[in-house]
Design a protein around this ligand. Structure first.
Ligand code: 5AD
Ligand code: SF4
Length: 351
C-alpha cells in the first residue's frame, strides 16, 4: 500500500481523524526526534476542537480493598504486604466538600473492587456530591447492570473503566479469570445507561506490540469512548508482572498525541503514571493533546497507601496549595483552567 511521508501524514492528521490502521502504526513508530512534530499536530487538533481549557477533576481514592487479582496492580487481593484502608462516608463527603470549595467541578470516586461497601452507600455519596454542584465520575470496577443503573439514577455522570489492553490474549494473561469481552460488556452497559464513558490502556505491558497499541485506539473509537486515560506500565514488586520493563514516556506521548488526532473530541488526561515517571509529565501531556488533569484530593492520612504501582506521585500539599500549583502550571502552559463541569463534547462533535 502507498505510504505517506511523515510530513504528509501529519498534515493529513490535522485535517481529518480518518486514519487507517497502518497510519496509526506509522504514527506510533515515529522515531523520538519526530515526536515534537506529532505533538504539535495533536496540539493544533486539540486547540481546534476542545479548545484551551484544562479540566481539573479531583480524585478521591476511597478504598484500597480489592477482590481482584490483576497481574499488574499493587492493590490486587493477593498482595498481603500493603496496608489497606476504607474511608468512611463522612470523611468522603467532607473531602468532597473541601474540594468543591477549593474550585473542583468534578469529583472522581475511585476504589478497588471492594465488596464491603454497599452499592447503596456509593449511590448516596453520589447524590450528596451532586448536590454540592459538582459532576461525579465513578471508578469502582466491574459491577452488574443493576448496580450501574442504581448509580446512574443516583446522579453519576461518568464512569471510568479502562479496557487496559485491546488484545484478548494479553488481556486474559494480565487479568486472570476475566475476558476482554466481559470488560466491554460493562462498557456497553454504561453507554446504554447514559454515562459518559472513560476508558484507557496501559502502555508498555510485557508482550504488547505497536500493532496492539493501534488496536487500543481503534477499540476506543468503536466503543464511542468519551475519556481515555493512558499511562505507562510501571512494574510493581509484589505482583506477577514485577519482571516487566517500565513503559516508555515517548510511547505514552505518541499514544496521547495519536489519540487526540484520531478522536478529536476526547477528554484526555495527563495520567498520574506519566507524572510519576517524569517531573514534567503534566506539561508534556498538555503539549501532546491532553486537556484534563486529575489531582489527588484524598485525605493526607491515606494518600500514600493507594499504591497501584511503586513511586506513585504523592504530594504533601494542602488542598488549596495543590490546586493553586496545578492552576499555575496550566497557566504557564498558556492554557486556562476549565470553569464549567467539563462534560464530554462527544455528541456535539458528532452532530
Ligand atoms: N502501572 C501502571 N498503571 C497501572 N494501573 C494499575 N496498575 C498499574 C501499573 N502497575 C492502572 C490501570 C488501572 C488503574 C487503576 O491504574 O490502568 O485501570
Ligand atoms: Fe483491583 Fe483495579 Fe487493581 Fe485490578 S486494577 S487489582 S481491579 S484495583
Amino acid at each position: 500500500m502507498y505510504k505517506l511521508s511523515t510530513e504528509a501524514l501529519l498534515e493529513k492528521a490535522i485535517t481529518t481523524p480518518e486514519l487507517t490502521h497502518e497510519e496509526l502504526v506509522q504514527l506510533l513508530s515515529l522515531p523520538d526526534e519526530q515526536i515534537p512534530q506529532l505533538m504539535a499536530a495533536a496540539d493544533t487538533v486539540r486547540q481546534n476542537t476542545v479548545g484551551n481549557a484544562v479540566h481539573l477533576r479531583g480524585i478521591i481514592e476511597f478504598s484500597s480493598y480489592c477482590k481482584q487479582h490483576c497481574a499488574y496492580c499493587g492493590l490486587r487481593a493477593d498482595n498481603r504486604e500493603i496496608e489497606r484502608y476504607r474511608l468512611s462516608p463522612e470523611i468522603i463527603l467532607e473531602t468532597a466538600q473541601a474540594a468543591v470549595d477549593t474550585g473542583y467541578h468534578t469529583l472522581v470516586l475511585q476504589c478497588g473492587e471492594d465488596m464491603k461497601i454497599a452499592p447503596e452507600t456509593i449511590a448516596e455519596l453520589t447524590t450528596e456530591i451532586k448536590q454540592m454542584g459538582a459532576a461525579v465520575t465513578l471508578s469502582c470496577g466491574e459491577r452488574s447492570y443493576e448496580v450501574y443503573q442504581l448509580w446512574r439514577k443516583a446522579g453519576a455522570d461518568r464512569y471510568l473503566i479502562k479496557h487496559e489492553t485491546a488484545d484478548p490474549a494479553l488481556y486474559k494473561s494480565i487479568r486472570p479469570g476475566h475476558t476482554l469481552y466481559e470488560r466491554l460488556q460493562c462498557q456497553h452497559w454504561l453507554k446504554e445507561l447514559g454515562y459518559q464513558l472513560g476508558s484507557g490502556c496501559m502502555i508498555g505491558l510485557p508482550g504488547q506490540t505497536v500493532d496492539i497499541l493501534a488496536r487500543d485506539l481503534e477499540l476506543m473509537k468503536e466503543m464511542e469512548v468519551e475519556m481515555c486515560g493512558m499511562g505507562p506500565f510501571i512494574p510493581h514488586a509484589q505482583t506477577p508482572l514485577h519482571f516487566g520493563n517500565t513503559g516508555s514516556i515517548s510511547m505514552t506521548l505518541k499514544m496521547m498525541a495519536a489519540a487526540r488526532i484520531y478522536m478529536p473530541w476526547m477528554m484526555l488526561p495527563a495520567t498520574t503514571a506519566l507524572v510519576s515517571l517524569h517531573p514534567e509529565g503534566r506539561e508534556l501531556a498538555l503539549r501532546a493533546g491532553a486537556n484534563v488533569i486529575m489531582p489527588n484530593v484524598s485525605p493526607e492520612t491515606t494518600r500514600s497507601l493507594y499504591q497501584i504501582y511503586p513511586g506513585k506521585l504523592n504530594h504533601r500539599d494542602s488542598m488549596t496549595d495543590y490546586y493553586n500549583k496545578i492552576t499555575a502550571l496550566v497557566e504557564a502552559e498558556g492554557r486556562t483552567v476549565g470553569t464549567d463541569l467539563g462534560h464530554s463534547i462527544y455528541t456535539a462533535y458528532h452532530q
